[in-house]
Design a protein. Structure first.
Length: 145
């Protein structure tokens, strides 16, 4: 067991298929998504026993809207291809963990997203439009990656 607190939501199998098909159709790299499809809500070095965390109730499945492909710059000057979206439940959970449990995170601002590929070349400027909502059907709270 690691000494971290990790909360993430997992996309439904249908959403995983849609993201994979979209990525393949436009030649977008997505091996990081293929190996570990998820949206991190909290990844904190602050250990809180996963069995003791009590989150507010969420309407399930969790639906994310307004998805768009983006390229994020990382803290170590790299670039990451992500699918960013609006997700009220994820934002609510992030805020709850910061306020109730006072967890620290690597980034000050929460931006709900799924990583498709780390360590990409930023040159790509044309990214396809996303025309579907994202459905998440699992919420995981763990003390490991």
């Amino acid at each position: 067991m690691q000494n971290i607190t990790n909360i993430r939501i997992i996309p439904s199998s249908d959403t995983i298929k849609k993201i994979t098909l979209l990525s393949d159709s436009f030649g977008l790299p997505h091996s990081d998504f293929d190996s570990h499809p998820h949206c991190t809500i909290i990844y904190s070095p602050d250990f809180i026993d996963a069995d003791t965390i009590k989150l507010p109730k969420f309407k399930k499945p969790i639906i994310a809207k307004n998805a768009k492909l983006e390229i994020f710059e990382t803290k170590d000057d790299g670039f990451v291809l992500v699918l960013e979206f609006d997700c009220e439940s994820a934002q609510k959970c992030f805020n709850y963990m910061k306020n109730k449990y006072h967890v620290t995170t690597k980034y000050d601002e929460y931006r709900a997203h799924i990583t498709l590929q780390k360590n990409i070349n930023k040159k790509r400027t044309q990214l396809p439009e996303i025309k579907f909502d994202l459905i998440f059907d699992k919420l995981l709270i763990t003390n490991s990656d």
